[in-house]
Design a protein around this ligand. Sequence first.
Ligand SMILES: C[S@@+](CC[C@H](N)C(=O)[O-])C[C@H]1O[C@@H](n2cnc3c(N)ncnc32)[C@H](O)[C@@H]1O
Length: 243
Amino acid sequence: MVKTNFSLDVPEINWEMVDLFSDRAALEKELDDFVHLYEKRPFDNTGGITFGSAFAYYSFLKRIAPGAVIESGIWRGFSTWLIESMLPSASLICLDPVLMMPLNLGQVYRSPRAHYNTHDFSCFGFPGEIAAQACVVFDDHQNVSPRLEQAMNYGIQHVILDDNQYEDTYHESITHLIKHNHPVLPYLFNAIDEYYLFPPLIPPTPEGCPVEPLWKEIPPVLQHLNHEQEFAYTWVTYIRLKV
Ligand SMILES: C[S@@+](CC[C@H](N)C(=O)[O-])C[C@H]1O[C@@H](n2cnc3c(N)ncnc32)[C@H](O)[C@@H]1O
């Protein structure tokens, strides 16, 4: 039985609906807390996560409270700053080939606490004690099935998947697999205990998105943000694997 926050149309898979945001007061409080943290951001991000996706990471990571976070895909390091700020005692491993490229990314954030490496997640070789308490955050635009298999092989239970999107792109997402009723789906979902898609903050609901926005209109605490930029929807998804 897969716990999920929408009707999961996957052959041979039973699911149970969980309303992640039934406690509206808790959600408003979480938003308020996050707005205060976001005000301390080191720069306005480009080419990566902005407010909406960062809030999704924050909300999922608060629930999981992992002892270690492995980031695959760091770019300018905005997500690293977020994770480091909200989880002050978690170990951090940050993987990205961008670290060996002579690119000028403008302002970047590199954490003194993180262990940086240019190896791919598939061949990094995480120690068992890290894997056992880790959440891996995939924002590396790689195909999802091998990434989940690799996480399972390491014994990593918690996965945050960015860009689990409906519209076609160069990497394959779970939403794509569902859209095309791919034959791998029953096998994939047999390995999953929980599958939650973080909703858009406000309307409109993007094409193919099966969850309703969290608010009908912009909450007052978000009025000051550039909505087009900061509310970009990137289909952030939490997956708990059976390990
Ligand atoms: C969308 S950006 C990440 C944004 C970042 N998480 C943020 O805070 O805004 C995608 C990153 O994935 C990286 N990438 C591409 N292939 C990768 C791989 N195999 N492993 C890890 N990172 C990879 C790219 O170099 C790029 O920095």
